[in-house]
Structure formats: C-alpha cells, structure tokens
Design a protein around this ligand. Sequence first.
Ligand SMILES: [Zn+2]
Length: 257
Amino acid sequence: MKMVWKGNEYTNSSSRKGQVPSVIVDHISAGTMSSMDSWFTSPNNKVSSAHFGISKRGEIHQYVAIEQAAWAQGITLDKIPNALSPIVRSKPYNPNQYAVSIEHEGMDGDLTEEQFQASVQLHRYIRDYVKRVWGHEILLNRNYVIGHFQVDPVRKANCPGPKFPWVRLYEQLAISAEEEKEMQELRNEVNELKSKLTLAEQRIKQLEQANSLAEIPAWAKASVDKAVRSGTVRDPEHASLDMYRLIVILDRLNLIK
Ligand SMILES: [Zn+2]
C-alpha cells in the first residue's frame, strides 16, 4: 500500500489528550482530491482536517499523524447523546480525540473499485498501526468502523453518503489479510491461465488462416456464387479447400437452390 504524506505546518491537529484511537470514521470529501489537499494544508483553514484522504484513483494521502487528533468529526459534549453510534454515546469526550478519520474523494459515497480496495487496505493499516503503537486492537466491524453521520446525525446526515458501500466494506474487512492474499494468488493464477488461453486462441487463428485460401478456386466459383445467392454461405472468402469441395458437392447433389 502506497501512502503519500501531504500535511504541512498549517494542517489542523491537536493532542488526543490521552485517548487511544479506537474507532475509524469514514467520510466523503464532497469535492475533488486536489481541493482536499489544498484545503487541509491552507493557512486559511482553521476548522477542519482528516488523517487520510483516498482519491478515486486509489491514491492515499496522509495529512495528520495517527498519534494526533484530526479535526474531522468533532462535536461538543452536549451533542454526544444524539450520536447513533453506541461507542460514541458511551464516551464522554470529543470524538476527534479517539477517532481516526478517512476522507473519500466523491460526492454521494459511490467509490471507484480502486478507491474501495485502497480503503480496505487503509482500514487494516490503521488497525495494525494502532495495535503496534498502543497495543489496542480496533475490531474492523460495524461497531468500530462507522460513518460521520453516526457521530453527528443532525449536521452530517449525508457523510459519507447514501451510496457508500457499507455492506461490501464490512464483508471485506471481515476477511483476514491472509485469506485475501490467498484469493489474490488465485486471481493471479486465473489471469495467467486467461493469458495462456488468449495465446492459444491466437495460434489457432493463425493456423486457420494458414489453411484458408486467398482466393476462391476457379473450379468452385460457380457453386460458391450460387451458395451465396441462396444464402447458404455468407462469407465465401478465405475458406479452406475442404469447404470449397463441400460446396461443390452440395451443388452437384442439387442441394443448393
Ligand atoms: Zn464527514
């Protein structure tokens, strides 16, 4: 997985104040990746940031270190009871303090395949990173991988959007990385077989062409013309000698009308 660091001295972040990262919050950027890059590094931005952004092409940009809190899903303490996520409701802290946030380039949550695959890998990367640094495992299920709307259902009902592939994401995250590796190896084998098949088909075509005649032989011409007129034969050129013989025989047997 390739990740590019994009944060700068203007990127907003603050201390986690002792909280361990324990949920992953998914977002939609409602804009392009390049506007996200410039907004999260702009001296004029005093309001928001995210740890990661994933472009439609599957590129991953990091703006804030996981050790720091990004400003992606903050709510005041009085809004915590409104949260749809039981985990958020159970913690008396600003969710930024314990969340890791992922922005996805797009408008309605519809991800490209590259973007989806990158997102799956990034969720796993975050889990592994947090486990290594804090010794805490974020379970990649619907309790701990949530949407922004589950933190702030009033102002952020459409983040990450109605088309966000939750079902597929949870299914994919439930598969272990080892199982996924095995599946990838199988896919590679299938692709190898497919390319071998394509080569074989090309070879067969070459052989067929080598066997076909460039011109209709004079002795078959009359019968072939007749066969074409009757609709018995549609494409009379480049057939094999056997094919022309067959047409002539059919004609002699008076089977071409
Ligand atoms: Zn959001």
